[in-house]
Every structure is written in C-alpha cells, then in structure tokens.
Design a protein around this ligand. Structure first.
Ligand code: 3UK
Length: 532
C-alpha cells in the first residue's frame, strides 16, 4: 500500500476495523487502478490533456462550459480552498447546493485539493445538517448562497465549522476571477477517502459511507462501461441531487468519464425535465421511476427525438411504468439498482436483453448471490437476501452498524429477490417492506406494480396495517389520474384488478385515495409515513 496524502487523518482513523470490511475484488482489466489516483485528475485533467478541452462539459441555466473552462474553474477554487481557506488534505468540506455548474466545480475542486467531500441534500434542515457536520467533523463548508439559512442555523451549534464559503453570487465570481490560475493536484493514493455519503435512511442517526478516489473511478468502470455505454457526443440530463451518489455518478462523474456533456439544472420537476430534454437535445436521461411515470403523459407535447437512453434507479421500476414509457418514446429503460454503501449501480437491465419483471443481471466486476438468514445460498426461484461484493463496498464512518451490513465479507443490502435459471434478478422488496398477511409473504412493490397497471392509478403505495385476524392486511394509498373519482365502486374495481392479475391474497383489503404520496429527495416512497 502506498502512503496516504492525508495530513488530517480523521477519516482514515475512523474507518471501520479491517476485519469488518467487505472483501474488495478487482477482477476485470478496467478495474486495475494505479496506486496513486486523484478522481478529478482522471475525470477532468486527463480529458483536457487528451484533446477534449474544447468540447462542452457542463451546461447550466446561463452557462456553457467546455472541459477547459471547467478545469480552469476547478483549479481556481482548489487554489482558493488551500491558499485562502487553509484546507489541508484529509479535511472534510461540507457541500450544499442544488445541481448547478458551480456545485459541480465544488466537488471536483475538493477532490483535486485532497479534501473529503461531504454532500448534503438541498432540503436538509439545520438539525440534520448539524448531525452531519458533527459526525464528519467538517471545518469548512461550500454552500450555495440560496441555501444559506439552514446552514447558518446549524453553525451555531457546530464550533468545529470554522468557515463557510458561499458561492452562486457575484461576490464569489469576483473572488474566483481574482484567484490565480492553475493548481497542482494533490497526489492522493487510490484508497485515500474522497467522499462521505450520508445514507438517506429513514430512522436513527445517518450513516456516513466512506468512498475513496478509486471507488469514484470504479463506479464509472462498471455500469457506464458495460451497460449504459455513453460516448463523447452524449448529453446527460436528470434530477437526482449530486449529493446522492446516484446523481453524483449519473450527472457528473459518468459524463466526464465519457468526455460527454451534462446539463445541470436546479429543481427539475417532470414537466421541466421533459421540456429541458427537448430544448437542450439531451441524449441520456437519469431519473426516478416516478418521474418517468409523470413524464409519460407529457410525451405527446414534446419532440424527444434526441433522447436515446434512460436510466431509472432509487426504487423499483414497475412493469407498467417501463411499458408505458417504451410505448410513448420507443425507449426501454436501463433499470439499475445501486446503493450509497456500494456507491453506484451493481445490477442493471440492458434494453437489448431485458426481461419483463426482472431488474437485470449483475454487472461485470461484481459477484452476487441470494442467501437465507444463515448466509447459505438459496436456489433459483426461491426468495433470498442479496449479498454482493465487488470493487466497492460498505465502510461506515465510525458506526457500529458496519457489522450488520457486512457479513462474511459480503455486503448485505437488505433487499429480497429471486433469480431465474439464466441469472436474472427479480426484485421483491426491502426486507422491511415484506408484509405478512394470513401467513403469506407479500411485497409492497409487487402490489404497487399491479395497481399501476390499472388506468385510474397515477401513483400508489402499499403498506401492512395491523389486523386482529390476519396479523396484517394490505392497505393501498392511491393517487388517481385526472378524471377519476375515488368512490366505492372504484375501490372494488382496483381490488378485483389485483385479484385477477396476482394471487388473490395480495389484494388490498383497504384502499384510501390521497392527493399525493410522501417521498424523499432521492425519489423513494416513505412507506413508514403512510403507517401514520
Ligand atoms: C432501493 C431499488 C428497486 C433498494 C442508489 C443507484 O438508491 C440508491 O441508494 P440508496 O442508498 O438506496 C439503496 C436502496 O434503494 N433501490 C435502489 N434502486 C432500485 N429498488 N429497484 C431499483 N432499481 O432498496 C436499495 O437497497 O438511497 C441507486 C445508484 C446509487 C444509489 N445510491
């Protein structure tokens, strides 16, 4: 192992004990990384050296930066961070902003300067920011001026936070313009920490997942290389926040890795996203299943001829959503499952070989198996929990829960699936979202998927509610499409639809019509909030 470049050893010293790490395996040629690796050098500086300097890199509301423009800004900010703000390698920098060009610069500059980026979702409140600041012991924050308020509130209780640098206004632009050009990248080791990604967990203290420079490059060498296959002429667009590793990969690292362009726009609702695809001629869209559902109805009003590929992740992609999108656009979605602990996608579907109802196959570089409670493999067709290992894996920052996630060297994600004889993985649910009713196991996403096939249903969520006779019964919360009214005859029609499409015990005995469903910023349905 080569020497760390980290002068501040906080993250290195708070890695989990070695014996609780997952096995890391680097089997394919593209996963053979050098010992010294800086993600920004590999993704950006190398692109300029290779002659891509004049190609478009980042397109924002009112900017269009080439690779050279972007590299220049990254260098200035990296210089400012180290020379004016005193950043030393290993320091944590809290990052807070919507998806904007300067927010992207912040990530890349922190990496280039050897810092550890701690991304935070734009909607987080002071209380949550404070938790993260304390856990990551961040001394510095780069924050979009528009999101100052909650961070200023959090700051009062965080004496370690010495400095907040605000970007996104004229004062900052002036500061950058006055900073000298060029910056020599910190010569980080491939396994020097580059980011701490906090999980969008629903309960308890957030868990910080440590990822090193090599992990950033490994995520590019798996899903994009083997499945999405972007090229320099592609233009990415989408919604996941850069603070969510789904967005960090899909909207920043993958485009740079491919020497392609990325469109970073704030607050993209489905109607704005579909309009932006058309205006900018985007070729690859990265978003959630809900957004595809909501955009489907809007397709007829738009010219989407530029669009070639679509990525969906974050929660299950129902068969009906995939089919309706394909019908409207001719595009079969790349469904991918990933996680904050693994950094990005490890099982995905390829439009050419997808099977209806299947999530997809394990991607080259990862090994996956389905296991029972005792970590014994289960045969095809039988429900089991996913155990996965590959070039990336779970390393929580000083957290006892490390040993719940890693067992015998495998990452155990908490999701149940079955496989078929050809190695396709069929997603069932998070283990916690499996409902036991009258002794039968039913998965929420499966029933939701069936309900979504009914023409009246726009969105739905299924949970188990206590029942004296059956243990639990299924209850569906349904958002109707315009023009439908939630009366008792529709309740019966929805129940009959489930009974006739799936095993009858899977039908929801209770149905409630609602105007919206609670979702996280990462696009996940919050079923626990439906439980009230
Ligand atoms: C669920 C899915 C079915 C699943 C993520 C792509 O979602 C990401 O990370 P998180 O840590 O959550 C992980 C969990 O979310 N899930 C994600 N994708 C799918 N379920 N089908 C899918 N396609 O329970 C998983 O364990 O928030 C996704 C890339 C990076 C990510 N961080």
């Amino acid at each position: 192992m080569t020497a760390t470049a980290h002068v501040d050893r906080f993250v290195l010293d708070n890695l989990p004990p070695r014996e609780t790490w997952p096995d890391l395996v680097f089997e394919t040629p593209e996963l053979q990384f050098p010992e010294r690796l800086n993600a920004t050098v590999a993704l950006l500086d190398r692109a300029v050296e290779e002659g891509h300097g004049d190609r478009p890199a980042i397109i924002g509301r009112d900017v269009r930066w080439t690779y050279r423009d972007l590299a220049g800004r990254v260098d200035r900010l990296a210089r400012h961070l180290t020379e004016s703000l005193g950043l030393v390698p290993g320091n944590r920098v809290l990052l807070r902003g919507a998806n904007t060009p300067w927010f992207a610069v912040a990530w890349l500059a922190v990496w280039k300067a050897g810092g550890v980026a701690v991304g935070t979702m734009p909607l987080l409140r002071a209380k949550e920011l404070k938790q993260i600041l304390v856990l990551a012991r961040a001394g510095l924050a780069l924050c979009d001026r528009a999101l100052a308020e909650e961070l200023e509130l959090a700051r009062r209780d965080c004496p370690d936070l010495k400095c907040i640098e605000y970007f996104g206004d004229a004062a900052f632009e002036a500061k950058m313009a006055a900073t000298a050009e060029g910056f020599a990248a910190v010569d980080t080791a491939a396994d020097d920490p580059a980011l701490i990604a906090f999980t969008s967990g629903t309960t308890g203290v957030p868990k910080g997942c440590i990822h090193v420079h090599r992990d950033v490059m490994a995520m590019c060498e798996v899903f994009p290389r083997h499945c999405l296959k972007p090229g320099p002429d592609d233009i990415f667009i989408g919604t996941p926040p850069l603070a969510f590793t789904f967005g960090l990969g899909g909207l920043l690292c993958f485009p740079l890795w491919a020497r392609a362009a990325t469109i970073l726009l704030e607050k993209l609702s489905p109607d704005l996203l579909i309009a932006a695809i058309e205006t900018h001629g985007a070729t690859i869209c990265v978003t959630s299943p809900t957004a595809y559902r909501q955009m489907t109805a809007l397709v007829p009003g738009h010219d989407l001829r530029s669009l070639k590929k679509c990525v969906s992740a974050g929660e299950a992609l129902p068969v009906a959503t995939r089919a309706a999108w394909a019908q409207a656009t001719g595009i079969q979605i790349h469904d991918g499952i990933g996680g904050t602990e693994l950094i990005h996608i490890y099982i995905a579907s390829d439009p050419e070989t997808y099977r209806p109802g299947a999530l997809g196959k394990v991607l080259p570089g990862y090994h996956a198996m389905l296991v029972d409670e005792d970590m014994n493999p289960v045969p095809p067709g039988v429900e089991g929990k996913l155990a996965i290992k590959g070039p990336t894996g779970c390393r929580y920052l000083a957290d006892e829960r490390q040993k719940n996630y890693v067992r015998n060297g495998w990452n155990v994600t908490g999701d149940a699936y079955h496989t078929d004889a050809d190695g396709y993985f069929y997603y069932h649910a998070r283990v916690d979202d499996i409902i036991v009713t009258s002794g039968y196991n039913v998965s929420s996403p499966e029933v939701e998927s069936v309900l979504l096939e009914h023409p009246a249903v726009a969105e739905c969520g299924v949970i188990g509610v206590p029942d004296p006779e059956r243990g639990q019964i299924l209850k569906a919360f349904v958002v109707l499409k315009p023009g439908w009214s939630g009366d008792p005859s529709l309740v019966r029609a929805l129940q009959d639809h489930v009974k006739s499409t799936a095993a009858p015990y899977k039908y929801p005995r209770a149905v409630e019509f609602v105007s919206a469903l609670p979702r996280t910023e990462t696009g996940k349905l919050q079923r626990f909030r439906l439980k009230g």
